[in-house]
Design a protein around this ligand. Structure first.
Ligand code: FAD
Length: 467
């Protein structure tokens, strides 16, 4: 971006904060969660109001400047930052208002899960979302949103009642089941392709008592434990959510019961699948549960992830998980498997732009490391291990947990029918691809590069993360 463009941004009607490379807090402001995405935007524009968002979007649309939209900054491939372009940072739009009478939460486009959880749990209410409290509500919701309560209440998008969106032409519109219903369909899974979400309205649910079991088994009995786990979850009621991770350290299982009086007995059964090395079973506040793994996935480390859906956890999937872990490059590299089904499958795939409703489980291969010298071997392990699981997986995928980018990622994730519908929406709402730093639905028109000199694909490729 040239100096003129920077000067023009400074002259915009903008009440937020503008941070550029010569400012003292530039390095802190440009950081995102994945340490690999070490980019140098020309400007970080922290919006304070919706009008600020509209001003930046209009500027990007008019000039062709590369625009990265940042909610919680947790994009796996670093899609909420860029080299040389604008980062529209929504972190100041993080208000959460709970209306317990109408059972609605109104949540700013830059709120984190912890902002939402804290406000809702004060009323014993909840919006089902993800499992790490520093994740952004916006990115997670726009892709789908899976977590401990998905089997009971569905995906995050299944609780979404409406969204306020700034479109590529700078107009802000209200989108819900009655106003622009097709766009509402696309926003529930289609990511940031259609506009900037400044505010979400969610239906909230009564949470009730929460009981959590955390159990660790040795790697030597992993196969037997996972076979017993598989049988146990088949009969689990939808108030039980569970996941396990397998790493060189063993099998760590988390089982969550909510809203049931027999929760303690139910989760205790998961501590009898073998000879546990560690067990903790007890009442947890929902906030404790949600933040318990925050440090394991802290900001600034180097991460890659690739996920997929299994019809069920079968022998062949267990085999692929154990083989993968046997060659893991670091002790932090792990494979995570989340139990699905229940309320997620009550909704048809066609009802929202999320593909994977019929899956019994979701897996994700996650190498984690710190030294850039390990990039090549950690990325290679992540991709190779994921490829073995992909062979055993359903078609379709979760756009939010794909460390690679490129046209085929979105096409493969959505499948042909959903992709075609999303493409029609993209051509209607963002034909010039102003919102292109995401798992992109490419509308096929010319992309302006005059103001920035590089495309989104160039930039992601420079991370070594493109497929
Ligand atoms: P950002 O990096 O800010 O944004 C991600 C994408 O969304 C970018 O393309 C960005 O442009 C777009 N975007 C962000 N904000 C807006 C907005 N307001 N309007 C329009 N577009 C926007 N997913 C789950 O479903 N369940 C989990 O339990 C879960 N756990 C996770 C834990 C960690 C540590 C991480 C890194 C990811 C996890 N994810 C999970 C995946 C998560 O859903 C995605 O990484 C998601 O994109 C994060 O959203 P964000 O707002 O933090 O990210």
């Amino acid at each position: 971006m040239n100096v003129d463009a920077l000067r023009l941004i400074a002259e915009l009607p903008f009440s937020g904060e503008i941070v550029g490379p010569s400012d003292g807090d530039y390095d802190a402001a440009r950081r995102v969660w994945n340490g690999i995405a070490d980019r140098r935007p020309a400007v970080i524009a922290r919006a304070r109001t919706r009008a600020d968002v509209a001003a930046i979007v209009r500027f990007a649309a008019d000039t062709g400047a590369l625009l990265a939209v940042r909610g919680g900054g947790h994009s796996l491939p670093g899609l909420s930052t860029c080299d040389g372009g604008i980062v529209l940072d929504l972190s100041m739009l993080n208000d959460v208002v709970i209306d317990p009478d109408r059972m609605i939460a109104t949540v700013g486009g830059g709120a984190l899960l912890r902002d939402l959880d804290a406000a809702a749990s004060a009323h014993d209410l909840v919006v089902p979302a993800g499992v790490i409290s520093h994740t952004g509500v916006a990115g997670l919701t726009l892709g789908g949103g899976m977590g401990w309560l998905s089997r009971r209440f569905g995906l995050t998008i299944d609780s979404l009642a409406g969204v306020d969106v700034v479109l590529a032409d700078g107009r802000e519109i209200r989108v819900d089941a009655d106003e622009e219903p097709e766009l509402f369909w696309g926003l529930r899974g289609g990511g940031g392709n259609f506009g900037v979400a400044t505010s979400f309205r969610f239906r909230v649910h009564r949470l009730g008592p929460v009981v959590v079991a955390k159990v660790r088994y040795g790697l030597d009995e992993a196969r037997a434990v996972l076979e017993r786990y598989r049988d146990l979850v088949l009969d689990a009621p939808r108030e039980i959510g569970s996941a396990f991770t397998v790493s060189k350290e063993g099998v760590s299982m988390t089982v969550v019961s909510s809203g049931r009086d027999d929760g303690r007995d139910r989760v205790a059964a998961f501590a009898r699948l073998g000879k546990p090395i560690e067990i903790s079973i007890g009442g947890h506040s929902f906030i404790e549960l949600q933040s318990g793994s925050d440090d394991a996935f802290r900001w600034g480390r180097r991460y890659y992830a690739k996920g997929g859906f299994l019809a069920a956890i079968d022998d062949s999937a267990v085999e692929a998980v154990l083989d993968g872990v046997a060659t893991a490059p670091t002790s932090d590299a792990e494979i995570y498997v989340l139990q699905l089904g229940g309320a997620v499958a009550d909704v048809s795939d066609a009802a929202t732009a999320y593909t994977g409703r019929t899956a019994g489980a979701y897996w994700i291969v996650e190498p984690v490391w710190d030294d850039p010298a390990d990039d090549v071997r950690c990325l290679a392990w992540g991709r190779a291990t994921a490829a073995r699981l992909v062979e055993r997986s359903l078609t379709g995928n979760y756009v939010n947990e794909q460390g690679d980018t490129g046209d085929s990622v979105a096409r493969d994730a959505y499948g042909s029918d959903t992709y075609a519908r999303l493409l029609a929406l993209k051509r209607r709402f963002d034909p010039a691809n102003v919102f292109r730093l995401n798992q992109n639905i490419d509308p096929g028109g010319p992309v302006r590069t005059d103001a920035v000199g590089s495309t989104a694909a160039d930039q992601v490729g420079s991370l070594g993360l493109s497929s």
